[in-house]
Every structure is written in C-alpha cells, then in structure tokens.
Design a protein around this ligand. Sequence first.
Ligand SMILES: O=C(NC/C=C/[C@H]1OC[C@H](O)[C@@H]1O)c1cc([N+](=O)[O-])cc(O)c1O
Ligand SMILES: [Mg+2]
Length: 214
Amino acid sequence: TQSTRPQRLLGAVQKNATRGDPRSVVKAIDEFCRHKEWAMNVGDEKGCILDSVVSELNPATVLELGTYCGYSTVRIASLLPPHAKLITLEFNPDYAKIACQVIAWAGLEDKIQLVEGSSAEWIPKMKEHFGVKMLDLVFMDHWKDDYLPDTKLLEDCGLLRKGSVLLADNVICPGSPDYLKYVRRSPRYKSQYFRSHLEYTKAEDGLEKSVFLG
Ligand SMILES: O=C(NC/C=C/[C@H]1OC[C@H](O)[C@@H]1O)c1cc([N+](=O)[O-])cc(O)c1O
Ligand SMILES: [Mg+2]
C-alpha cells in the first residue's frame, strides 16, 4: 500500500537524524521538505523567529495547537528549561501517530504531552486535566479558521495572564484575517508582525506575536 507524506517524512528523520538530537531532527525534516516533498511545517525561516520568541520568553508552560508531524513541537521543546512542559494538540490521528515517533526520535518525550483531539474539546480541560494554571506561550498552527474562536476560548477559560504570548503561524498564507483584525484592534493585546515567507517557498507569510495585557 502507498505510504503517506507524513510517513515518508518520518522515514527521512529515522534515516538522516541522530536519535536524541533534536536539532538533527529539525534539519532532516527541513532537508526533506526543501529537496524532496513540501510539507506544512513552520520551516527553517519562520522557525528561527519561533526560536527567538521562545528563547526570550523562557516559558514554563507552552500550548501548541496543531502538531502535524511534530516539527515545531521538537523545535520549541529543545529550547525549554528543565522542568518546562509543552502540551500539543492534534486532531488528525494519522498525524498524531507520526508526531509521536518524531518526538521519540528527538528524545523529547519527557517535555512533551501529545494529545489527540480538538482544541474546542481540550482547551476547557487544560486546568483540571493537565494541572495547567496559566499558559506562558501558545503557538497557533492548526486550522486557520479556529485561531479566533480558540483565542476567545483561551481568554474565557482564564488560561491567559498578563504577559502570556500568542504566536500565530500563517497569518498571511493561508491567512487568518479575522484573527489578525481581532488581536491588532483589541486593547487587550500588544501585537507585532514578523514578516517572513511560507515554509520552503518565496511566497510571503509571517508570524504574529500578540502579548496579552490582562
Ligand atoms: O493548514 C495548515 N495548518 C493547519 C493544519 C490542519 C491539519 O492539522 C490539524 C488538522 O488535523 C488538520 O488536518 C497550513 C497550511 C499551509 N499551506 O500552505 O497550505 C501552511 C501552513 O504552515 C499550515 O500550518
Ligand atoms: Mg503553519
């Protein structure tokens, strides 16, 4: 039977990356996506912006919405301090199965909790189910139409504190116009656009960093 693109991406990691070495996993995926098959990872260019936001924030609790194959999951977790935790939500079971193996290859299982399900179902359970008090960073990379409703849900569930950061991928391509308008107009956020390119292409895209003001 035919393999899927995520399965071929995992194969490239297992062939070219060193077990327990997150940077080699990131590099193997970028090489595969640049030279073999495009895939919707945040990629190396936007990934550097992601790295700088994570390093500057030094977050204790991170929520990622949209795991896909675990590229940004590994990228973020490799920069977290010792006792920090990253919870990543993925709706698609096939993607979740691949991401789990990519995370294991990077040796980051202890820092990452991969949850299969929808953000609408799991965001309200963050506190009681994961013992999460507040989120220091939310990386949004799931369905673009869900960025805005999920942001409102995060607010309503009391998961954001003064200084919490929302970092959204693809605000230009594929785009999330309603989300962008909301965070840029709302007095409750200080928003900043980091211009870049759609992963592995020359098309414009960027990350929007929005600090919750409480
Ligand atoms: O849809 C995108 N991401 C959302 C992923 C959605 C899928 O993963 C979660 C859910 O199971 C769905 O099947 C996306 C799309 C492009 N793109 O160029 O089409 C580029 C990106 O960086 C993206 O994150
Ligand atoms: Mg994306």
